[in-house]
Design a protein around this ligand. Sequence first.
Ligand code: PLP
Length: 504
Amino acid sequence: MSTELRSDASLRPAETLDPQDWSELRAQGHRMLDDMIDYVAGIRDRTVWQPMSQATRQRFRSDLPHRPTDLAEVYRDFSELVVPHATGNVHPGFMGWVHGGGTVVGMLAEMLAAGLNANLGGRDHAPIEIEREVVDWTRQLFGFPQGASGLFVTGTSMANLMAVVIARRAALGAAVRRDGLGESGQRLRAYTSKAAHGCIAKAMDICGLGSAALRSIAVDAAHRISIAALREAVAADRAAGLNPFLVVASAGTVDIGAIDDLADVAELCRSEGLWFHVDGAFGALAMMSEELAPRLAGITRADSIALDFHKWGQVPYDAGFLLVRDGERHRDAFASPAAYLRRETRGLAAGAEWPCDLGPDLSRGFRALKTWFTLRTFGTDRLGSMIARSCRLARHLAARVRAEPELELLAPVNLNIVCFRYRCQDADAINGAVVADIHESGLAAPSTTMLEGRLAIRAAIVNHRTGVDDVDRLVDAVLMFGRQRAAGVAPLIDAHAPPLVPGW
Ligand SMILES: *Cc1c(COP(=O)(O)O)cnc(C)c1O
């Protein structure tokens, strides 16, 4: 180093982003950790959710911070502004959409992962081995052969998109990666049920096949794909000179938790030579429950499975996952050579298979660690019994709905999702208002869906903390707000969520 640079004070070790005073930072860090553990431990004393005032929202609008702010002050803003207005899915009263509850174990693992600041795009280090180990556990869970591959991604939307890309590459060969879809690509057709998640059509759109190339197949009364209609659609497309390549079956539809007959879909895909992908976003992990696994019969024959550890797996967001039976096919769709990513036989650049060969991302965080901690500390038996428990709670909710003359059940209960509503005139508008009332009351958080043109209150029990009292509170709240709304009374709601650290 030149003498000039050596005397430049800004190049000295003290001039980094690390603190001058480690003990102060340590005390602040311990306090944040304790507060967050208290938050989860005391979550039942809080409202599920509360709306943000305009004044609070305004606090999030400010100029780019050029100057430093004390960590304690930034943390105080987090405590006062963010925590009282979080989504609410840590709370046992949260039953909207399909959100996992997370665990403190997962939270701690996130902290450890951030400390290591590992990049799991590739190279030879233990974090990659952790991801490989979780991939192998997932392979075992679904009875896939050695040679299967897998990858952590953001969520099932991304995993489904990647499955479409892999199936497309398998159908069209290597040329599609160089030349694009071309004329033969225009003829590809995929199939899924009318009850499938919207991200599958979006995946077809994003990868250039077009959402219209996805056939939307009729379902039976239980929302399962009609195998007869699927077979007919494939035959009709073949007769028209088109090229069927992919079936996406659902293991747990988003509306009512229906599971397609996966064994029948597997059989049809085998005889027709189609890629068999399963959207198992939340339902696939029911494999961890001995009681529920038989409902997924046939899933072990899939070519690929998309699932979310952040839903029924209770791993903190995000922890989506794609499992592919034939690792070669998986690599064929994504691996690409680059000089700066050269693989060596020794040193940090060693390790033949790098995760960046298996998906679109190069830099990748350490999602595997929170999943590894979750699977190891609880074990799949325990996680599986939490999954079965949420299905029992759903049956309790359905029984309560059936027992209340003012309520009606709108769909069969397959797994953990219950769709119901308050009976009244103008029921769509009233039930929509009731759901917003419940949200604003902080008592619970269901969501809504449309079933055969009728608005349903939808409760998806995913959170391991949800218990029978929480389910009863939801029913009571629907009855209370339903009566008020049906009588034309706007309810008075006065809910208030405290900051993380009260009394600041
Ligand atoms: C949640 C869900 C998705 C989307 O998964 P993300 O993790 O939110 O991207 C897809 N399909 C089904 C059935 C789902 O429940």
